[in-house]
Design a protein around this ligand. Structure first.
Ligand code: 3HC
Ligand code: NAI
Length: 699
């Protein structure tokens, strides 16, 4: 049982004990009901306190139980709350640290609530694509008012207990404890003080009205509609809260339940729940246990103050970690520092960063031209030109000067991390840290595990990633690692589509309608088409059998590198990022097509989306099978946080699961028939073929 029962004097205390956050799984729910039964049967008990052990009152329903039989087994959360409401003795919730979702709903079912200051209070269900399903939409408006409740429910945002406690007229908390430490004793005293009071107060009996009624909810609906776009849950939250103001409590509760169950079955909710668990699972490496010792990272060095070096440095400065930057020339350092300043100043101007914070961060940044100055850094990240020879020179110097135990990292996006490690005498200390551009903004960090990378190095950089607010995913060594290896296939399909009859605009629009933050050609213009060109030139040598469209090379030969040259697949006005279609580019594509003797055909958006997304899926299946990625969900995390894949689709592999792997394979077999495509590539990866044949998913 994951709830404990103790009696202190005449007060019974039920303590939720289901670490890490006291999720309300079956055995915890059963434990609460058993505790209530015991307390009511014990004549010596006059009142009951419910609280949580460890770092939470409760984080809500057990997300890991969703979709399993346990979620359906009685007592469900409704039954637990009913048991509390119907208890013959007063039940007091003693709330601290985290009180969210079903945890808050449980507390709202109690007769009284005491909260410690500093507690994070929320109904965050909307972030999982659902709504509060155990009375939250019906009870919260009754204690904090309709508008405050709707704001909390639609946004899912956390509010601190002391803020709610100071809201005039609020009835959520009957009392604020003086401090988290004082909560337990104050809860006991409070329970004793109200033990004899009858009738027992119930939130459900409080009135729930909004003075503007229909007009307010119409306004709320318009606001939410504009923001919710691809997510059905937020509008349903409005419906449910409106029901609280218009229907009898029991009817509102039933309506909430119906909406909750329907939302639970939406693909958007499945995607969001998948992602919640995937993001947390990504930090776990199968053969690196959680108790692996970590090295201390108190100072960082960055080699190269270019596009990436500057952004990387900012991450550490933001986290209060001092950074020393090294360049070959003073001018390059000055340029790099000026860019960092410009980025921070833009934040100050927008009011996102206080002037004094900006100055504190800049004070943590120092520069040097001399490797000897880096020797004491705990971690050094190299972000110089993407050429193996240049990397070799840098790593040999680092090997010569860095203190023993320092972690040596490369930000390379395609080069062989094992080769880079071999330039040193300390291969165990070398790791890839592949940040994404802009490095101070993008959440993804691919941690590239070399053949010799030590486990404590991995444990250290995974923990460090959290500190600098990145989502880290481990990749093995291969060309492009997880993300860029997959994007190569996606880019190749984009090229074939142009040759077969599409315009860049048509492809981009189809992908953006699917939900990608940017279509492949707009993305190329942003990243710089010259970068892809350089990589392709290398691959033409290394993979002579691989089929490529030459259209992107023709574009680069015209010097159309993208936004940085004001011209790429599209035109760009100075200082603007809007992509303006260019007739010459379209003509270039048409001429090339004619030269190849291809008669253009009309290609549907559906075909565009399937070819691009399924190319990611097939390559991902190879990546999984080769052990480059540890698990399918890691690949989804890479694409959501690094490549603008739509969150509500849960990543390419979750999307493939939703489509059905059998259907995915069927489509691939169709694409393989197209003589202008790459039949060899479309042979389903063995893992994919196997899963499809067995009717399984990537999970
Ligand atoms: N159920 C099960 N496990 C949960 C959980 C939950 N509700 N909330 C968090 N966890 C687990 C995480 O999976 C993670 O597990 P791991 O250690 O095995 O990876 C662990 O708790 C720690 O989570 P975080 O890394 O997120 O820890 P933080 O300290 O940063 O944050 C938190 C803690 C604020 C509770 C955060 O985890 C969170 O926001 N959780 C989601 C809360 C939520 O959405 N609750 C609503 C659930 S739905 C519901 O209640 C339905 C009801 O209306 C019927
Ligand atoms: P950049 O050209 O903007 O910056 C490189 C910097 O390194 C320049 O300032 C240069 O003066 C400096 N440099 C070169 N050789 C040096 C040496 N021997 N010692 C010290 N400094 C030296 O390049 P960018 O874009 O920042 O890329 C750096 C690395 O990051 C590359 O490995 C690249 O593949 C990788 N990367 C780039 C991404 C991008 O989108 N630009 C994304 C992810 C990784």
């Amino acid at each position: 049982m994951t709830a404990e029962y103790q009696v202190h004097g005449d007060v019974a205390v039920i303590t939720l004990a289901n670490p890490p956050v006291n999720g309300l799984g079956l055995s915890t729910r059963q434990g609460i009901v058993d505790g209530l039964d015991r307390a009511q049967a014990d004549a010596a008990v006059a009142a009951i306190v419910i609280t949580g052990a460890g770092k939470a009152f409760s984080g809500g329903a057990d997300i890991k139980e969703f979709g399993t039989d346990k979620a359906l087994q009685q007592p469900n959360l409704h039954a637990v709350i009913a048991a509390i409401e119907n208890a013959t003795k007063p039940v007091v919730a003693a709330i601290h640290s985290v009180c969210m979702g079903g945890g808050l709903e449980l507390a709202l079912g109690c007769h009284y609530r005491l909260a410690a200051p500093g507690c994070s209070v929320a109904l965050p269900e909307v972030k999982l694509g659902i709504l509060p399903g155990a009375g939250g939409t019906q009870r919260l408006p009754r204690v904090v008012g309709v508008e405050a409740a709707l704001n909390m429910i639609v946004s899912g945002e956390t509010v601190k207990s002391e803020l709610i406690g100071s809201m005039p007229g609020q009835k959520l908390f009957d009392k604020m404890a003086a401090s988290p430490e004082a909560l337990a004793a104050e809860a006991l005293a409070f329970a004793q003080s109200i033990a004899a009071v009858r009738p027992l107060p119930l939130v459900r009996n409080l009135p729930c009205k909004h003075p503007e009624g229909d007009a307010y909810f119409q306004f709320a609906r318009n606001m939410v509609k504009g923001m919710a776009k691809n997510y059905p849950a937020p509008l349903k939250c409005v419906d449910a809260v409106e029901a609280a103001t218009k229907r009898k409590f029991a009817d509102g509760l039933a309506y909430e339940r119906e909406l909750f169950i329907n939302l639970m079955w939406t693909s958007e909710s499945r995607a969001l729940r998948h992602l919640f668990l995937a993001e947390r699972a990504a930090s776990k490496i199968p053969d690196v246990p959680a108790d692996t010792p970590q090295r201390s990272i108190q100072s960082v060095a960055v080699i190269g103050a270019g596009t990436m070096g500057g952004g990387i440095a900012m991450n550490f400065l933001n986290a209060g970690i001092p950074v020393k930057m090294l360049e070959m020339k003073q001018e390059a350092l000055d340029r790099g520092i000026a860019t960092i300043r410009k980025n921070y100043e833009a934040q100050v101007k927008k009011g996102k960063l206080k002037q004094d914070k900006y100055e504190q961060r800049m004070a943590l940044l120092t520069t040097t031209l001399d490797y000897a100055d880096l020797k004491d850094a705990d971690l050094v990240i190299e972000a110089v030109f993407e050429e193996l020879g240049v990397k070799e020179a840098v790593f040999k110097q680092l090997d010569a000067v860095m203190k023993s135990g320092a972690i040596l990292a490369s930000n390379t996006s395609t080069l062989d991390v094992d080769k880079i490690a071999s330039f040193t005498q300390r291969t165990q200390d070398v790791v890839g840290l592949h940040f994404f551009s802009p490095a101070n903004v993008m959440k993804l960090l691919e941690v590239v595990r070399g053949e010799k990378t030590a486990k404590d190095v991995l444990a250290t950089v995974m923990a460090m990633a959290k500190k600098i607010k990145k989502t880290a995913v481990v990749s093995g060594v291969c060309d492009g690692f997880i993300g860029n290896r997959m994007i190569e296939q996606y880019g190749r399909q984009g090229g074939f589509l142009l040759d077969e009859g599409c315009t860049p605009e048509q492809v981009d629009k189809a992908m953006e309608k699917f939900g990608m933050a940017m279509g492949p050609f707009r993305m190329g213009d942003l990243a710089g088409n010259d970068i892809g060109w350089a990589i392709r030139k290398r691959r033409y040598q290394e993979k002579p059998d691989m089929k490529y469209s030459k259209t992107a090379d023709l574009l680069c030969e015209k010097g159309r590198f993208g936004q940085k040259t004001g011209a790429g697949w599209y035109d760009y006005l100075p200082g603007k990022r809007d992509a303006i279609p260019n007739a010459e580019v379209v003509k270039m594509i048409e001429d090339h097509r004619a030269a190849l003797g291809i008669t253009p055909r009309k290609i549907s958006d559906e075909e565009i989306v399937q070819r691009l997304v399924f190319s990611l899926v097939n390559e991902a299946a190879h990546i999984l099978e080769e052990g480059i990625a540890n698990k399918a969900s890691d690949i989804d995390v890479v694409y959501i946080f690094g490549y603008g894949f739509p969150i509500y689709r849960g990543g390419p592999l979750n999307y493939a699961n939703e489509v059905g792997l059998f259907n995915v394979v069927q489509a691939m077999q169709r694409f393989a028939q197209n003589p202008l495509d790459d039949a060899k590539f479309w042979q389903p990866a063995p893992l994919l073929a196997r899963l499809a044949a067995e009717g399984k998913t990537f999970n």
